[in-house]
Design a protein around this ligand. Structure first.
Ligand code: SF4
Length: 148
């Protein structure tokens, strides 16, 4: 059994082809792997969405509404994925997560603004919000050095 601290990581950052377009966002994880046991997780796939899938954006935060590019309401998939992420963190005693910036699930500081025009706005993804509310520290891929 590994004695390393566990780190939840957006699965696409680890090279899993789980993005809406069937691709990934692989980053260099060699140093992180030395220090942590990396736990890959994709909230959108775990919430029940297929690969590939239409991209989704946050249309409203109060009430929460996520729509995809076909204007379908996919909010419940995002909520389900976020809850599963929190459950895994609780079950495995995970205190930190490295999440992909700009995603409607994983984004920490910015998300797309709901107009499907590639426009970012300040905001947080659904999973990032739930984890932060539960005192799990979030880092985006540009902040991974802070984890070392
Ligand atoms: S939901 Fe998160 S882990 Fe899944 S593809 Fe999007 S950014 Fe990556």
């Amino acid at each position: 059994m590994s004695t390393k601290e566990k780190l939840l990581v957006s699965a696409c950052l680890l090279g899993a082809n789980v993005k809406y377009n069937g691709k990934n966002n692989l980053i260099n994880i060699s140093k992180l792997k030395e220090k942590y046991e990396l736990i890959p997780f994709c909230p959108e796939v775990e919430g029940g969405l297929p690969i590939p899938r239409p991209p989704s954006e946050i249309a409203s935060t109060t009430p929460l509404k996520i729509i995809n590019s076909s204007n379908e309401d996919v909010t419940h998939y995002f909520i389900k994925g976020a809850k599963k992420a929190l459950d895994i963190c609780k079950d495995l005693n995970i205190k930190k997560a490295l999440l992909k910036e700009n995603s409607p699930s994983c984004g920490k500081n910015f998300v797309y603004n709901g107009s499907f025009s590639k426009t970012l706005t300040k905001g947080q993804g659904v999973t990032a919000t739930l984890l932060l509310k539960n005192f799990i520290k979030i880092y985006n891929e540009k902040e991974s050095d802070k984890l070392l």
